[in-house]
Write a protein that binds this ligand. Structure first.
Ligand code: NOJ
Length: 566
């Protein structure tokens, strides 16, 4: 039987910024419950909840203090159970975030672990002696600085690939793995629909922990070759399936920076029993320089198309793709690959159509469905994200100008995705003061207005979801990239024995032309979805207007003479 998650659409909620029910300025579980009918109306099947566990919030919940308790600011375990139940009544499953590469330094395991070299929990984390007063190796943390922190109590260093309040767990240690598996069962027994696994391909480190290469202008070594897709990653994932996941019918998606399509073939081939799908970063890295995300470059559409082509072909009938433009770590796609001024509506719809017609499970990040945009706060003090703040400090120490750093933050900072959900012209997120400033464009970009306007971006998403439910070609059809070197147009074809769909997207504000008969088979074409009112055709030529997007469906086998537009 086909797994349910192949036909599902996932909606990601970043709870802190979604909906505040009690006026403290922080989103919460009751807030989410109050909006489930909105999500039902959109048509999604699954909610992925970013972490809601007890946490001191050094990294907004990705630093977990207690895996089996709910963050007080978000509510109670009862609220979570209510959310699972209310969602279930509407046919929606709740997927939880599984953050097990690291914990908070306030987790009881770490408190014990750091207390003495003889602690029974010592091996839950990665401890090493320094070398001549220096850290054990030259790795840099993803959140700036060294990846090692000296802990005076035992005069040793612990590894933290993220902030120093996020010590890495030691997966080599069997008892630690078993604790994690038990914790996963605890959540699965509550009836959740699966896990999104945070940086799960980092959990196996090369035990020798060799120095990494120091790239141009970087202060630390890049250790990724020794912790991404490490030596025992497949063993650990298979053990997790055998001991836990195989006993439940759930969705699993592994967040896997640095995984190639070849890696993904192994991770997602159902015969291997590892994960259903992964989040790749390759398409998200195309507008950065080779060594760091803050080195902002213009997007090369040809590279983007080639990248999607590679992933679509590699996983077709082998594994499974996840499809996303946005999440809580990425800038808003309409500001990034679209145009958030005069063409905001058109380009947001174009990006949605372009992504949702691919093969894989689509993920929608809160606010994407109304075309929320990036923000530009004048003052650094309005930013909240630890990655952004640490990076700013480090770059200033290196002598980089304030303006240059701010322009990277405007383009790539994670707070772009974390401003509160825009429910109404006056915000509608909280009655109090939000924990991070609201984007002032809520006056005209908000849910209330989107729902009232039948040609809004929201209804394009709704229609895309309906199309996916109705037409198996979207789930199963083959993929072929057309016009691979065209600098503005992203055109591709999906195909089954019965049908052929042509998907045309203009990623620029320039009009382009297509000779449509060069692309379509011999039959009558139906417009399945588009972002302009009607197509512009003269004779054999289709004009593809700025940010235009449309999908044409053709039955196969009919002759070209019968072709008409409808
Ligand atoms: C990836 C998460 O998506 C991100 O938000 C977090 O900061 C890191 N992993 C560390 O957990």
């Amino acid at each position: 039987m086909e797994p349910w998650w192949k036909r599902s659409i996932v909606y990601q909620i970043y709870p802190r910024s979604f909906m505040d029910s009690n006026g403290d300025g922080i989103g919460d579980l009751q807030g989410i419950i109050s909006k489930i009918d909105y999500l039902k109306n959109l048509g999604i099947d699954v909610i992925w909840l970013s972490p809601v566990y007890d946490s001191p919030n050094d990294d907004n919940g990705y630093d977990i203090r207690n895996y089996q308790a709910i963050m007080q600011e978000f509510g109670t375990m009862q609220d979570l159970e209510q959310l699972i139940e209310e969602a279930k009544q509407r046919g929606i499953r709740i997927v939880m975030d599984l953050v097990v590469n690291h914990t908070s330094d306030e987790h009881a395991w770490f408190v014990e672990s750091r207390s003495s070299k003889d602690s029974g929990y010592r091996d839950y984390y990665i401890w090493r002696e320094g070398k001549e007063e220096q850290p054990p190796n030259n790795w840099g943390s993803i959140f700036s600085g060294s990846a090692w922190e000296m802990d005076d109590k035992t005069d040793s260093y612990y590894l933290h690939l993220f902030s120093k309040k996020q010590p890495d767990l030691n997966w080599e240690h069997g008892p630690l793995r078993n604790e994690i598996f038990d914790m996963m069962k605890f959540w699965l027994e509550k009836g959740i629909g699966g896990f999104r696994m945070d940086v799960i391909n980092f959990i196996s480190k090369d035990e020798k922990l060799p120095n990494g290469t120091i790239h141009d202008e970087q202060m630390y070594g890049d250790g990724s070759a020794y912790f991404m897709n490490g030596p025992k990653i497949h063993t650990y994932l298979r053990e997790m399936n055998e001991k836990v996941l195989n006993h439940y019918d759930v969705l699993t998606v592994g967040e896997m920076p640095g995984a190639s399509p070849e890696d993904a073939q192994i991770y997602t081939d159902p015969d291997n029993q590892e994960v259903n799908m992964i989040f790749t970063f390759e398409h998200m890295n195309l507008d950065s320089g080779p060594n760091e995300k803050w080195d902002v470059r213009p997007l090369d559409l040809v590279a983007l198309k080639r990248n999607f082509e590679k992933w679509q072909l590699a996983l077709h009938e082998v594994g499974w793709n996840s499809l996303y433009w946005n999440n809580h770590d990425q800038p808003r796609v309409v500001s990034r690959f679209g145009e958030d001024g005069a063409y905001r509506e058109l380009s947001a719809k174009m990006l949605a159509i372009c992504l949702h017609l691919l093969q894989g499970t689509p993920y929608i990040y809160q606010g994407e469905e109304i075309g929320m945009t990036n923000v530009k706060f004048d003052s650094l003090s309005d930013y909240r994200d630890i990655e952004t703040l640490n990076m700013y400090k480090e770059k200033r120490q290196q002598g980089i100008a304030h303006e240059a750093i701010m322009s990277s933050i405007y383009a790539k900072g994670r707070d772009n995705a974390r401003t509160p959900m825009q429910w109404a012209p006056d915000g509608g997120f909280t009655t109090g003061t939000p924990w991070i400033r609201m984007n002032t464009n809520t006056t005209f970009i908000n849910v209330e207005q989107a729902l009232a306007n039948e040609s809004s971006i929201f209804y394009t998403y709704q229609k895309l979801i309906q199309l996916r439910k109705k037409h198996a070609i979207i789930t199963h059809g083959s993929f072929q990239l057309l016009l691979p070197d065209h600098p503005d147009l992203f055109v591709y074809k999906r195909q089954t024995d019965e049908e052929e769909w042509l998907i045309v997207n203009n990623f620029s504000d320039r009009p382009n032309q297509l000779v449509w008969k060069e692309f379509v088979p011999h039959s009558k074409g139906n417009v399945m979805i588009s972002n302009y009112e009607s197509l512009k055709i003269e004779g054999d030529i289709v004009e593809v207007r700025p940010y235009e997007s449309f999908v044409l469906a053709f039955e196969r086998r009919k002759s070209i003479e019968e072709s008409t537009w409808s």
